[in-house]
Design a protein around this ligand. Structure first.
Ligand code: PLP
Length: 364
């Protein structure tokens, strides 16, 4: 049995008829950018997230970047980010001209530790950017409270958690502004690049909509030095099809995650994910920790099991951010995660038999 870390073909095959119909309709439509499909998707996704607005953009990174710009965050400002996120969270901050200020996660939940946020706030801090990492919601109530106490914006990176719930509420509508990625491997994945910003804030929604389209609302009247960051009409059409199955597919992920948890609990040296009682994760990744991670990964590979490491180098140690002057030891929790995390195969097309086999191999 060979099991890929990520099965990218089955999602298409399951929905082939509907997706092919979208494609042939689209090719004959004569309208290829910001049309009916984009508008309909924005409406449906806002409803799904229980927000007033959704603005479709070209990627998750653009969603984060334009969300920051729409909140007037830029040069001279600081934004609090997790020390253990995908680098895109940090890149959005530096794209906007601001400075990322890392805060360590709680190693049990892998999400930013609210108790450490206040120590990182300075007079220049403008926003907190929590990430719902691996499909697990961050602890939002204390984060919103800290933000209220210091008049900060909360701009959330929900790239990995479409459909997750925090205390019963969807992660798409928890912060002031939320950014989503529909990169193919995400829980709600397109067949190319796409992203979105959701919010209840009218001003922010309008500004993101203008910024994504060259800074213009009325053609050739440019209010801002904007960007070309529009959502692709074809991808919006595909996303409408996939949005209809998102909850059902997340449910399948949850079943596989419970099988992993049952099978791996108590296995020496294997640390399984911890789920707080208020969290309903959507298992974008199923991430274990192991002190001999690299040799475990090698052995699984020999058994035909693909795994991934999210992420082997924390942003503060990446070459790209050498200008910030961080060194090894500055963020020990993120560094410990980088050394020990291993993402097991996960997805809506993983089968119980495959999970059994993976568990058996890890136990061995
Ligand atoms: C995927 C991802 C992004 C970026 O999304 P793109 O659509 O690839 O630009 C941002 N943050 C996190 C946590 C991600 O996983």
């Amino acid at each position: 049995m060979t099991i890929p870390a990520l099965d990218m073909k089955s999602p298409y095959l399951e929905l082939q008829e509907e997706l092919d119909a979208v494609y042939s309709w689209f090719m004959r439509s004569g309208w290829y950018v910001l049309g009916e499909e984009s508008r309909a998707f924005e409406e449906e996704y806002a409803t799904y997230c229980r927000t007033r607005y959704c603005v479709g953009v070209s990627s998750g990174l653009d969603a984060l970047h334009l969300a920051l710009r729409a909140c007037d965050i830029g040069q001279g400002d600081e934004v609090i980010v997790p020390s253990n996120t995908y680098i895109a969270t940090w890149l959005a901050v530096t794209y906007a001209g601001a400075t990322p200020v890392p805060v360590e996660p709680d190693i049990r939940t892998f999400n930013i530790d609210p108790d450490r946020i206040e120590a990182a706030i300075t007079p220049r801090t403008k926003a907190i950017m929590p990430v719902h990492l691996y499909g697990q919601p961050a602890d939002m109530d204390p984060i919103m409270q800290i933000a209220a106490n210091h008049s900060l914006r909360v701009i959330v990176d929900n790239a990995q958690s479409q459909g997750a719930r925090y205390k019963g509420r969807r992660t798409g509508g928890l912060g002031h502004v939320t950014a989503h990625s529909f990169y193919p491997g995400k829980n709600l994945g397109a067949f190319g690049e796409a992203g979105a910003v959701t919010t209840d804030d009218t001003e922010v929604a309008e500004k993101v909509a203008v910024l994504r389209n060259y800074g213009s609302q009325v053609k050739y009247h440019n209010q801002y030095k904007g960007f070309n960051a529009r959502i692709d009409e074809l991808q919006a059409g595909f996303l409408r099809v996939k949005l209809k199955v998102l909850d059902a597919w997340n449910e399948r992920r949850k079943e596989r995650a419970n099988e992993y948890l049952d099978g791996l609990r108590g296995v020496p040296e294997v640390m399984v994910p911890f789920v707080p009682e208020w969290a309903e994760p959507v298992w974008h990744q199923f991430v274990i920790r192991h002190p001999q991670r690299d040799s475990l990964q090698e052995k699984l590979k020999k058994a035909g099991i693909g795994t991934l490491i999210h992420y082997p180098i924390p942003p503060h140690l990446s070459q790209a951010y050498s200008d910030l002057g961080f060194k090894e030891g500055d963020f020990p929790v993120a560094e410990e995660m980088a050394r020990t995390v291993l993402s097991l195969p996960m997805g809506p097309h993983l089968t119980p038999r495959q999970v059994d086999f993976i568990v058996e191999q890890i136990r061995a």
